[in-house]
Structure formats: C-alpha cells, structure tokens
Design a protein around this ligand. Sequence first.
Ligand code: IDP
Ligand code: MG
Length: 141
Amino acid sequence: MDLQKTLAIIKPDGVARNLIGEVIRRIEAHGIKIAAMKMLHMNLAQAEGFYAVHRERPFFESLTQFMSSGPVVAMVLTGDDVIARYRGLMGATNYEEAAEGTIRRDFATDIEKNVVHGSDAPDTAAFEIAYFFNRFEILGG
Ligand code: IDP
Ligand code: MG
C-alpha cells in the first residue's frame, strides 16, 4: 500500500460548464475519497504562485490568466496510489492524446482549457495541498 494525497482542481472552464458534478462523480465512481474541498476564485498572483514551477514556460501568462478567470473547486483526494490513479482519470495534458473515457478526452476544449488539474508527484502534491488547505481542513489530517 502506498497511501497518498493529491490535489485536484476543477478549473474555471469546468466550473463554468457545469462539470463539477460530473468530475466528482467520476472520482467517487473510481473509489477515490475526498478529504477536503473548497470553491475559490484565485487572483492572478495566487495563480502565478500555484504554477510557479511553470514560470519559464511560454504558456505561463496565458495559463495563469485562465486559472484566475473564474472560480475553481480545489480538493484533496486520498487513497492507495491516488496520484497516478487520479492522473489516469484525468487523461493526458493534451486532450487529443488523452485516452478514451478520461475527463480531458471527454470534456477538454484545448490544451490549456483542459477542465482538471492533478498533482504529478508526492513532493508537488505536498506543495499544492498546502497552497490551498491547512491541516485542520483535511480529514484525517
Ligand atoms: P498537467 O496539467 O497535465 O500536469 P502541465 O505540463 O503541468 O500539465 O501543464 C500545466 C497546465 O498548463 C496544463 O494542464 C494546461 O492547462 C497548460 N498547458 C500545458 N502545456 C500547454 C501548452 O503547450 N500550451 C498551453 N497550455 C498548456
Ligand atoms: Mg502538471
């Protein structure tokens, strides 16, 4: 068993398109537990801080403007190997390359507006969870 936590976000496009329920339905249908959840609207500086790892990338400015363009739903997910399992549910970054039946394949409209975020490793998950939640807000601490 590798009990992990990961940060999931329903991005502004997903919230605007009424996909909150569908994303959460898929998470629960795969037996993944939600340990924390909140809705918030990041400002630009907050989005830049969240995606600081990407600050040198050509898409950084557009990505952070997008992520601060409307409300998001942030969640902490827990379970065995949940980082990879949730990324499997999400599908590849580029929805055109994402596997059939994944969230991005089914709902993304371009490589940026791809509906969901998920941490990619234990160290990034720890940073990203702490960016949005304190330990009193996470079930099971
Ligand atoms: P990930 O979300 O699958 O982990 P990352 O490479 O970490 O993908 O990129 C973070 C986010 O930046 C992506 O989810 C997407 O919204 C956006 N992004 C990634 N690559 C591109 C690109 O080539 N053009 C525009 N936006 C991109
Ligand atoms: Mg990433």
